[in-house]
Design a protein around this ligand. Structure first.
Ligand code: NAG
Ligand code: NAG
Ligand code: NAG
Ligand code: NAG
Ligand code: NAG
Length: 534
């Protein structure tokens, strides 16, 4: 459903310093597609839905590994985890794998002012404790001061005391500094937009929001949007019979929170008591609506500063989050609930008509004003796409030269791309299709992977360190099925042994959209591809 005749939009041009498009890149932490624009009927996300109504939305976008640092380093460098060699949190790709360029670095080298607000790179070793400064950013990255309280005892429990809980609805007058990290990030991002308004150079502003990542620390009024009696359990809240133990993630980070510890949930399979499952889901949804208000304030400022006619807005998340499906919580798996992400791009004059003088494309919508009209996405693409394609796509949309495809291997090549250029979805007809080695259009496949230290769930199955990895689950998602093989992996040589198969999973999208009926064993000897070759 396209509201705009995309074919009449202007073709890509090489930007001069004056007409180059800015980029506002919004990356959310642990946000699955529980949004109105992805047909979720419960969640209130009017501001993100409004962005979608001006954007091209990708229905089937997938992360390359469902955990923060590996996913972010992958899409920010445009390389897969097997090339960044980051499957945990403990190495910096420039010294450990190759000196790969990043998206912001590429924009910086092409004359952009590049700025980071909040969690864009994963902090710590994986970005050299500096968010990859100075390479990626023109000015020092901003981190909200109240971030340091996220994991401290700031949640008022039923006993009146402060705890480090999973569920953490707060009163802003009651929290340290009287604010929350995402509110501070929004304020800083708006401040930077104001400064850039008069800049002669285009900008690339990345804004990384923390919610709905755990703990669910959000202004408590957002709970009112989701009365507990309206919250259902996941449609498939049990560990399915055919699930290989290696595929299961035991959600240890959830168990470590004080309120969950008190439940004495059995390790590794649980379950969490049903009433507490509802509360987790309620707090996740409330966190999403709180996040939505932050996105709303940011986009409304873009409008007010009259930058909406010259700024691309890209919106995505590092990966999804299991809300009780298959008896699992958190990310750390290859299931769709963990790997599928929201992905949309607003491109001025292309995905929506240019705003007329004074017209607002993104007026702030209060999620508590219930009867706001839902707007359909501006355009939708159903083809399977991957986050690793962000690099070439953002470069192409901004009119920069799209980095060349990577050779295999590409550790010695600083600038190349392993993802596809998605510009064809924006109806740039003059672009070459991405072709495979035989010159055929590539089949649309998303590759994801997840490492494990053992065949059965144990304390470090969610986040094994590189040296402990013994098995890698390589997973492909096509429009029809998800197929995963768990194979032996040598972490010293970075070598997978595809003849050492520990387990397999196969789920068909039509008959089993939730991925509960593993038919891998029924399919042995069938016609499915066994190779892992992006
Ligand atoms: C890595 O890339 C950066 C940015 O281009 C460059 O400044 C640096 O010298 C490179 N380092 C090495 C070891 O090649
Ligand atoms: C990582 O940070 C350290 C400390 O600031 C610095 O000395 C080192 O050069 C950085 N590494 C790279 C590859 O830039
Ligand atoms: C809760 O569910 C009832 C019954 O479906 C519905 O009328 C009501 O609007 C819902 N409340 C909220 C806040 O969504
Ligand atoms: C959890 O276990 C502790 C220690 O065994 C016990 O005191 C407590 O009552 C248990 N709580 C629940 C909710 O079962
Ligand atoms: C955007 O709109 C403002 C206000 O109408 C106008 O001054 C500016 O020239 C426009 N920029 C572009 C790139 O169209």
């Amino acid at each position: 459903v396209s509201t705009v005749d995309l074919t009449k939009a202007r073709p890509p041009s090489t930007p001069s310093q004056t007409d180059a498009l800015n980029v506002l890149f919004i990356v959310v932490d642990d946000l699955r597609t529980t949004l109105g624009c992805y047909e979720d009927k419960l969640v209130r996300s009017p501001n993100i839905d409004q962005l979608a109504s001006r954007s091209l939305l990708f229905q089937n976008a997938f992360a390359q590994q469902a955990v923060c640092a590996p996913s972010r380093v992958s899409f920010l460098t445009g390389r897969r985890p097997d090339t960044t060699r980051l499957y945990d949190f403990n190495s910096y790709w420039r010294v450990h794998a190759g000196n790969f360029s990043t998206i912001p670095q590429y924009f910086k080298e092409n004359g952009y002012v590049t700025m980071s607000v909040g969690k864009v790179f994963h902090p710590g070793i994986s970005s050299n404790h500096s968010d990859d400064s100075p390479y990626s950013w023109s000015i020092p990255p901003y981190h909200p001061s109240s971030e340091k309280y996220e994991n401290t005892k700031t949640c008022r429990g039923q006993d009146g005391e402060l705890h480090a809980n999973l569920l953490c609805p707060v009163d802003l007058v009651d929290v340290p500094e009287g604010t929350l990290p995402d509110k501070q990030s929004t304020e800083q991002a708006i401040h930077l937009l104001e400064k850039m308004k008069t800049s002669a150079r285009p900008f690339f502003l990345a804004v990384g929001y923390h919610k709905p990542h755990i703990p669910f620390r959000y202004p408590k009024e957002f709970q009112k949007l989701y009365p507990l009696e309206n919250i259902t359990l996941a449609p498939d809240p049990h560990v399915s019979a055919g699930l290989p133990p290696v595929a299961y993630n035991p959600w240890m980070d959830i168990r470590q929170r004080e309120d969950v510890q008190a439940l004495n949930v059995s390790v590794p399979y649980g379950p969490i008591p049903a009433d507490f499952q509802r509360k987790i889901r309620q707090s996740y949804f409330a966190s999403v609506s709180y996040l939505d208000t932050q996105v709303g304030h940011l986009l409304s400022a873009l409008d007010d500063l009259q930058l909406a006619n010259s700024t691309i807005v890209a919106f995505t998340s590092d990966h999804g989050w299991s809300l009780g499906e298959h008896g699992e919580w958190a990310k750390y798996s290859n299931f769709d609930v963990a790997t599928r992400v929201p992905l949309m791009f607003y491109v001025p004059g292309r995905t929506a008509l240019l705003p007329k003088a004074g017209e607002k494309l993104f007026p702030y919508i209060d999620p508590f004003d219930s009867i706001s009209e839902f707007k359909e996405p501006g355009g939708q693409a159903v083809e399977i796409v991957e986050l690793v394609s962000l690099f070439p796509t953002l470069a192409g949309l901004a009119g920069l030269q799209v980095p060349p495809c990577c050779p295999v291997p590409s550790f010695h090549v600083e600038l190349c791309r392993e993802g596809q250029n998605l510009l064809k979805h924006f109806q740039f007809h003059d672009l070459e299709e991405d072709l495979d080695l035989h010159g055929n259009p590539r089949e649309s496949i998303a590759y994801s992977q997840y490492p494990r230290p053992a065949d059965s769930p144990q304390w470090n199955s969610d986040k094994p360190s590189l040296k402990d990895i013994k098995i890698m689950g390589y997973s492909i998602r096509t429009i029809d099925y998800r197929y995963t093989v768990w194979v032996g992996f040598n972490p010293e040589e970075f070598l997978a042994n595809f003849s050492d198969i520990h387990a397999g999973e196969l789920y068909f999208v039509d008959s089993d959209p939730l991925q509960d009926h593993n038919v891998y064993n029924d399919s042995q000897g069938g016609e499915l591809p066994l190779s892992w070759m992006p």
